[in-house]
Ligand binder design. Structure first.
Ligand SMILES: [Zn+2]
Length: 168
């Protein structure tokens, strides 16, 4: 609907214009004031202004939970959980996916989600992926150290071989 005063488009059923504040519709709660004396309507009016603002604010309120409903999507939890497992062998890659998975779980629960189905499976996969990723990171560090030590030993051995052959 449109405001009679300024012509702005306003939500249907609005009592006041959201742009200029002009009353654009008769009060929806008519039964009581109509039953009463018309003279009484004037002093009662300020009281009625308060509840009438609530429907105007309502669309703003209903717009807010929408990002929360995005957090209620359990598919990203499952996807990041699977990725954490799939990439755990890389160490850091799995760890990042597992951390994203955990934060998605946290937001999901904060948004009022119930830990069941995809969300539950995703959380378990993310947790396992987190542990495996940490283990793999430790493994890669040891693996790298092993080759560094091996190289040092080889270099030292090569030296000793050289010196022993020198002695022949
Ligand atoms: Zn207006």
């Amino acid at each position: 609907m449109f405001c009679k005063n300024c012509g702005a488009q306003i939500p249907d059923g609005s009592v006041f214009c959201t742009e200029c504040g002009t009353r654009v519709q008769e009060e929806p709660v008519q039964e009581e004031p109509v039953a009463q004396e018309p003279i009484q309507e004037e002093p009662v009016q300020p009281e009625y202004v308060q509840p009438e603002y609530t429907p105007v604010e309502q669309p703003v309120y209903t717009a807010e939970p929408q990002p929360a409903s995005g957090d209620l999507n359990d598919t990203p939890i499952l996807i990041t959980g699977i990725l954490a497992i799939a990439l755990c062998w890389t160490g850091i890659g799995g760890l990042i996916c597992a951390i994203i998975c955990m934060s998605k779980v946290k937001k999901f629960l904060a948004a009022g989600g119930v830990l069941a189905g995809k969300a539950k499976v995703g959380k378990i996969l993310g947790t396992v992926g987190l542990i495996l990723s940490i283990l793999y990171m430790v493994f890669w560090v040891i693996y790298a150290l092993y080759f560094i030590i091996l190289a040092i030993v080889a270099a030292a051995g090569g030296l000793s071989n050289y010196s022993s052959s020198y002695w022949y």
